[in-house]
Design a protein around this ligand. Structure first.
Ligand code: PLP
Length: 397
């Protein structure tokens, strides 16, 4: 059976060119980039070349890129490190209710340590409410952290507008751009972003590597004590092969973003339209246009998402449920809750995330299987039609 992978928001396969570039750095070029001899210098040159590629991908200077173990670490570091570095100025942080757990949990921890955090609401599409943002900023606000694009429902925030507000109010702006890299053009200088988190494995790079971009002149508490790597801010021997792979992945992902996104969006729109018209009691989550080109989040009324996931899996199709980042747990998605989705629909939500290599015939097979499986599941569903009655109004965009 040909398997179909539609869970690219969870992780992606490594690109063969990326892997090929990494290989020599596992064995032949094994020096420690911090060493002064030729072995070290050769590794160091590769690390700096990769740093330059990543910087180019988001329009910053290489000296503003700090390698981390991924976006989780970058988010932890950015929020905690900036909150403490600017604590003399104020103790108020603003974020949203739909952030990744690595942002939300860091904020919750900071609350325990005496910081004040405002979790902004989002509208039914998942957009942060700018009027509320303006309203809650006060003289103690030091940091706004809002993700560029949501990993569950694909909503792309109006990052420029948020950055403008932050700048006008003299507040730092951090964005978790993990899902946005390669999907939309990001230029941190043009957009006025002070800090940005990213990860390699979401863009066909290796797992375990990411970066924090930090605008020059921004102070931050160091993340790890030890050696003087990453300008003495994040200690630990630099992982040369992962860094090299990350550099190549960013280079490839940020090349031809517009045509790639256009092509992928067409397949995405076809998928959405077919599902919504062929299967009744369905609802698209997120915004129909301002969404990640590869994201399709659909709620199926009178269906248990977990059952659907397992039956699709048996048909060789890999997807994730609404509780994406907490999969395994049955806790409902904080994102779907924040957009005000009917709880009976939250349960029946599936996230499909496509890739550049997803084909139309794969999508056709998925639609066919969905129709068949949902028919079966609805026959035995404990959720009634009345319970999902509001679905039509929810779906109208
Ligand atoms: C995957 C993801 C993360 C976590 O990235 P890791 O590199 O796996 O730690 C953070 N934020 C968003 C939006 C993500 O999709």
């Amino acid at each position: 059976m040909n398997k179909i992978y539609l869970d690219n928001a969870a992780t992606t396969p490594i690109n063969s060119e990326v892997l090929a570039e990494m290989m020599p750095y596992f064995d032949s070029v094994y020096g420690n980039p911090s060493s002064l001899h030729s072995f070290g210098r050769e590794a160091k040159a590769a690390v700096e070349k990769a740093r330059a590629k990543i910087a180019k991908g988001i329009g910053c200077n290489p000296s503003e890129i700090y390698f981390t173990s991924g976006a989780t670490e970058a988010n932890n570091w950015a929020i905690r490190g900036l909150a403490y570095a600017y604590a003399k100025r104020g103790n108020h942080i603003i974020t949203s209710k739909i952030e990744h757990p690595s942002v939300l949990e860091t904020c919750k921890q900071l609350e325990k340590e005496g910081f004040k955090v405002t979790y902004l609401d989002v509208d039914k599409f998942g957009f942060v409410r700018l009027d509320q943002l303006l309203h809650v900023i006060d003289k103690n606000t030091t940091l706004i952290s809002i993700m560029s694009a949501n990993n569950e429902i694909g909503t792309i925030q109006n990052i420029q507008a948020i950055a403008n507000i932050a700048k006008e109010k003299g507040v730092l702006f951090h964005t978790d751009a993990t899902q946005a890299i390669g999907a939309i053009n990001i230029d941190v200088v043009e957009m006025g972003i002070d800090a940005l988190s990213m990860s390699a494995h979401k863009i066909n790079g290796p797992k375990g590597i990411g970066a924090l971009y930090l605008k020059k002149g921004t102070v931050i508490q160091k993340f790890m004590n030890g050696g003087e790597q990453e300008k003495n801010m994040r200690a630990g021997t630099t992982n040369t092969p992962l860094v090299v792979g990350f550099g190549k992945a960013v280079e490839l992902a940020t090349m031809d973003i517009i045509p790639n996104a256009k092509k992928l969006s067409m397949l995405r729109n076809y998928f959405i339209k077919e599902v919504l018209t062929r299967i009744e009691l369905t609802n698209l989550n997120g915004h129909s246009i301002q969404r990640l080109p590869n994201n399709v989040s659909i709620s199926f009324g009178m269906v248990e998402g977990e059952s659907l996931l397992f039956m699709l899996d048996m048909a060789g199709i890999a997807v994730s449920t609404g509780s994406a980042c907490a999969s395994g747990s049955l806790e409902e998605s904080h994102v779907l809750k924040a957009i005000g989705l009917n709880p009976d629909l939250v349960q029946g939500t599936i996230r499909f995330t496509l890739s550049k290599s997803t084909t139309k015939s794969e999508i056709d097979y998925v639609i066919e299987q969905l129709e068949k499986i949902i028919k079966q599941l609805r026959k035995v569903s404990p959720i009634t039609r009345a319970q999902v009655g509001k679905i039509k109004s929810q779906g109208e965009k």
